[in-house]
Design a protein around this ligand. Structure first.
Ligand code: ATP
Length: 279
């Protein structure tokens, strides 16, 4: 689906990405984990051609076999088109404050699927239903400021899904939300991936989140990938010292923490356990 080779990024001669190699297969769920400033977001922004022109970008990014790095914008938009959906961390900042959520979803439907009028409204309502917004028909007219943080995050996911992407990139989609809402959003992403057969890239500084939802993960440190590891092997065979430190620091109740049920399979949602226990 995506094949990134030797991706480099520099700003004003200062290197922030040092030769990233990364692949995503159809339908798989991968993590990109690392500390603040390690280069997780820059990797995807560069790969998708979303960095400002001041960024010096090198390497190769194949999307379904076609080179998209440095592709002219119309070609890039055509290639990227409905293939890749992106969910950012801060929904409140990413959504347009002066347009209703129904309008914003309908706009994606118009651009990517040529839908207009009542059929776009009906599809927007169906998408809000799908991401778990109650009273979806009435909510089409709501503005982002009228919704909670978790609901805005769901709207962003609905917008990403509206283009029917084959791959969904979620950049810290639960940061800033309280733990209960975080667990609900992770559940939603897990369910949607299964229902829609999408690949999922989960970018997070939280190893528990990645271990909960992904099958394998890349570990980033200081602008480089230091390890690629299956989530199953995180307990037993992390090789790089940075990965070992991440595993050691994982909260005890997560899929990878010391109290984890080691028989649990990745993606089965053990991060939910403490929330259920607290309820
Ligand atoms: N527009 C820019 N100009 C210069 N440097 C930048 C720019 N954007 C990002 N950087 C630098 O690139 C590095 C990687 O940033 P990136 O946002 O990818 O980190 P991250 O791993 O996603 O961190 P976080 O979890 O905090 O979001 C950082 O050192 C950051 O300061």
């Amino acid at each position: 689906m995506i094949d990134i080779r030797n991706l480099t990024v520099a700003f004003g001669g200062t290197r922030v990405l040092r030769g990233i190699d990364l692949t995503v297969q159809a339908r798989e769920s991968i993590g990109l984990i690392g500390g603040s400033g390690s280069g997780k977001s820059i990797t995807w922004l560069a790969a998708m051609g979303l960095l400002p022109a001041t960024a010096e970008v090198g390497g190769s990014v194949l999307l379904r076999g076609s080179e998209i790095l440095h592709a002219p914008r119309p070609r890039l938009e055509r290639l990227r088109g409905g293939t890749v959906g992106i969910v950012f961390q801060d929904a409140a900042a990413a959504l347009n404050p002066v347009r209703s959520v129904g309008w914003q979803i309908a706009e994606v439907l118009r651009l990517h699927r040529g839908m207009v009028g009542q059929s776009a409204q009906d599809e927007a309502k169906r998408l809000l239903d799908q991401v778990g917004i109650p009273q979806a028909r009435q909510r089409l007219g709501a503005y982002p400021f009228e919704l909670s943080g978790g609901q805005n995050q769901r709207v962003m996911i609905a917008m990403a899904l509206a283009a029917r992407p084959a791959i969904l990139i979620a950049d810290e989609p639960t940061t800033g939300l309280d733990v209960t809402i975080q667990a609900q959003i992770l559940d939603l992403l897990r369910t949607l991936r299964q229902e829609m057969g999408m690949a999922l890239v989960m970018i997070s500084h939280d190893l528990g989140v990645v271990a909960d939802i992904c099958e394998r993960t890349y570990v980033m440190h200081a602008g480089a990938i230091v390890e690629e590891i299956s989530v199953r092997d995180l307990h037993t065979s992390p090789k790089h010292s940075y990965t070992k430190r991440l595993v050691a620091a994982a909260p005890p109740w997560t899929s990878i923490g010391p109290l984890a049920d080691h028989a649990a399979l990745p993606g089965q949602g053990s991060v939910r356990a403490p929330i259920e226990n607290l309820a």
